[in-house]
Design a protein around this ligand. Structure first.
Ligand code: ITT
Length: 224
């Protein structure tokens, strides 16, 4: 919440994204903090995503381009580049997550990992280890701030649909300890989806674990 001449004002942050799931999660995070998150819609083809294997490079490039599309040049604008990194596939799909989701989807990912099965549930989680990562870049009107977030977990053997978006039907987060930090695979913590993928839990539950929330918190810590 911003204070100006003794009164509280809601600050607007324009979020350049075509992904409604990302938008909804950012709104959930920012609303209690007094920020109004608006989707920045630009003409098709106006933003060119660079070829890079770095989420950070992509986010910075998109943020620089987004500034030209702001309603007022000193408004705040934000972009996020994120993806799913699968250990057994050397981090694939990573920066290609969006494309891979649109082409082979969750079912294709399950097929790629079909040989990684164990009867031991802990070993199974280790074989199928993966993490979501997010890099959020914000222009606060005068400078750029970068937030990084990671959510470690593993890939389920079958889809659990109902909530979330993208790879949520197959992504199961690691449990968290009392401090909200991820525990080793197989350890039970006070914050847990009980082995259920994000696709099977409500948004506020996903938010406790989410890479997006962590990236936004990291970013907000740096705001002057
Ligand atoms: P914008 O670039 O328009 O913001 P996008 O969906 O193309 O939207 P990215 O290029 O950052 O976004 O790709 C991220 C992909 O990674 C996204 O399409 C999902 O498939 C996946 N992903 C990232 N975060 C996720 C999450 O919280 N839940 C499920 N899938 C996620």
């Amino acid at each position: 919440m911003l204070r100006e001449a003794g009164r509280c004002m809601e600050a607007t942050v324009w979020f350049l994204t075509s992904n409604q799931g990302k938008l909804e999660e950012a709104q959930l995070h920012f609303a209690p903090l007094g920020y109004n998150i608006e989707q920045l819609v630009v003409p098709e083809g106006a933003i060119v995503e660079p070829q890079s294997d770095s989420l950070e490079e992509i986010a910075i490039s998109k943020l620089e381009q987004a500034k030209a599309h702001l309603p007022n040049s000193n408004d705040m604008v934000m972009v996020e580049d994120s993806g799913l990194f699968i250990s057994a596939l050397d981090g694939f799909p990573g920066v290609y997550s969006s494309y891979v989701y649109e082409t082979i989807g969750c079912q294709g990912i399950l097929r790629l990992l079909a040989h990684l099965e164990s009867e031991d549930p802990v070993q199974q989680k280790k074989l199928r280890a993966a993490s979501y990562r997010a890099v959020t870049a914000l222009w606060d009107g005068t400078s750029m701030i970068i937030g990084l977030g990671e959510c470690p977990g593993s890939l389920a053997s079958e889809k659990h649909e109902g909530h979330g978006f993208g790879y949520d039907p197959v992504f199961v987060p690691l449990d968290l300890n009392d401090e909200g930090q991820p525990l080793p695979a197989g350890e039970l913590g006070p914050t847990s989806t009980h082995g259920v993928a994000f696709g099977g839990v409500e948004l506020d539950v996903k938010h406790r674990f989410s890479h997006r929330r962590r990236a936004l918190e990291h970013l907000l810590e740096q705001l002057p």
